[in-house]
Design a protein around this ligand. Structure first.
Ligand code: NAD
Ligand code: USQ
Length: 406
């Protein structure tokens, strides 16, 4: 297939491009490189040394003889160019990663909120409008998030996207209806993914677009089979307080002897998936496209759930590290259970990589190898969800102590 990977220079996008190219697909990367600019804005860099996208593509060609085509394009701002690109290249499938994806970044200031909404909602809507306008019947696979559901389990497993509800009618009967699982986003970023869901529902129903939405959990790890093939194919690895996700952060914190930064009691339960499984899920989703006129296909893309404090204690015990319980800069439930249904990917053949299997490799291979590139001042998470929480974080003695040791 000819596949356009929007956001193909990012953490999940890059290994996905390599995986799909390795399977023999013609892969086109569309990216505006905004994530690299955000690194500059924040004064951070990937733990792993990342080459330019052009250089990465050149190396892939040298190693495999397969071409990756790169196109510099902002899909949120350059509607006409996006439409023109689609007409010229007529992809069979499109994988859409091209959004601002960090919850803490989206909550940093009003400017960051506005940017995240403008970028994410326009990116998705431009793409949908352009597909309708050009009549291109590409299967669109979008990377959504588990966070659209919120994380409360109300004692029931979270289904894959849809919920059957009974609604009382005027004449006292109970009418059955299938609805999107009610959204309860916990950040501006997660809210944009909830808005995406409605856009997809509308365009699938109105124009027969064929759409799959993958509600993905937190991705951890960094290597895939393909990124290991050459040192310059290495994936990015974010460890900073905005873009670093919890498990990857705990891994590097343990490796550099920095106390593991648990927010609050660490009673938050979240869903996780290894990067290797993430790219495999995209392959499986691409092969299982809905027909025109069918409802949006929704998969829960996760393999296991863990409580944050259990992860911290497990990693600390293995690595001989300390755990610091800090005031939570986020407005989120202090404790929650989370049970998630994920039978669809398992039925399609996904064999989950569990935390226990991959964990030590990641610490040894990546975190310790590139330890010298870590700026310890960038480790604390300081973006707060409200002014009051910001003050709490700012004045916390344990935070101050951490800042002084770093
Ligand atoms: P990332 O920030 O590393 O990559 C996103 C890429 O999209 C970047 O290369 C960026 O430059 C590009 N981009 C952003 N806006 C664009 C625009 N307007 N036009 C063109 N390119 C644009 O993020 P990631 O971790 O690879 O995540 C990819 C997707 O998966 C995101 O949509 C994210 O919401 C979703 N997701 C990620 C995780 C995770 O743990 N990383 C978990 C669940 C879902
Ligand atoms: N946390 C800590 N300590 C830290 C960092 C985070 O305790 O140092 C806690 C947070 O408070 C939160 C949990 O860990 O309760 C998860 O935080 P995270 O930063 O790992 O994940 P999140 O902000 O939810 O976002 C990430 C990705 C996002 C994706 C989402 C999937 O950045 O793109 O959509 O995971 S999910 O969480 O399932 O919604």
């Amino acid at each position: 297939m000819r596949i356009a990977v929007l956001g193909g220079d990012g953490f999940v996008g890059w290994p996905t491009c390599l995986h799909l190219s390795d399977l023999g697909h013609e892969v086109h990367i569309i990216d505006n490189l905004s994530r690299r600019w955000i690194d500059v804005e924040l004064g951070v860099q990937s733990l792993t040394p990342m080459d330019s996208i052009q250089e990465r593509c050149r190396i892939w060609y040298e190693v495999t003889g397969r071409k990756l085509h790169f196109h510099l394009l902002d899909i949120a701002k350059e509607y006409e160019r996006l439409r023109g690109w689609l007409v010229e290249h007529r992809p069979d499938a499109i994988v859409h990663f091209a959004e601002q994806r960090a919850a803490p970044y989206s909550m940093k200031s009003d400017r960051h909120k506005v940017y995240t909404v403008n970028n994410n909602v326009n990116a998705t809507h431009n793409l949908l409008a352009a597909l309708v306008e050009t009549g291109i019947d590409a299967h669109l696979v979008h990377l959504g998030t588990m966070g659209v559901y919120g994380y409360s389990s109300v004692g029931a497993a979270i289904p894959e996207g849809y919920l059957n509800v009974g609604v009382e009618t005027m004449d006292g009967r109970v009418a059955q209806q299938e609805i999107l699982y009610p959204t309860r986003p916990g950040s501006v970023y997660h809210m944009t993914k909830s808005l995406d869901q409605i856009l997809f529902q509308f365009y699938a129903q109105n124009d027969g677009l064929r759409i799959t939405d993958l509600h993905q959990g937190i991705v951890w790890g960094t290597h895939t089979e393909q990124t290991r093939r050459h040192v310059q194919l290495i994936n990015r690895f974010d460890y900073d307080g905005d873009y670093g996700t919890v498990l990857n952060r705990f891994l590097i914190q343990a490796a550099i002897g920095y106390p593991l930064t648990v927010h609050g009691t660490g009673g938050q339960t979240r869903a996780f998936i290894h990067i290797k499984d993430s790219v495999r899920c995209i392959e499986l989703a691409l092969a299982d496209a809905p027909a025109a006129g069918q409802r949006v296909k929704i998969f829960n893309q996760m393999t296991e759930t863990h409580r944050v404090r259990d992860l911290a204690e497990m990693i600390a015990t293995r690595a001989g590290a300390k755990v610091a319980y800090l005031p939570n800069p986020r407005k989120e439930a202090a404790e929650n259970d989370l049970v998630v249904r994920n039978e669809q990917f398992l039925a399609l053949g996904l064999k989950p990589t569990t935390l226990a299997e991959g964990l030590l490799d990641e610490i040894v291979d990546v975190a310790r190898k590139y330890e010298h590139r870590i700026d310890r001042k960038r480790v604390p998470a300081v973006s707060a969800w409200t002014r009051e929480l910001g003050q709490l974080v700012e004045t916390d003695p344990e935070r101050k102590r951490l800042r002084s040791v770093s």
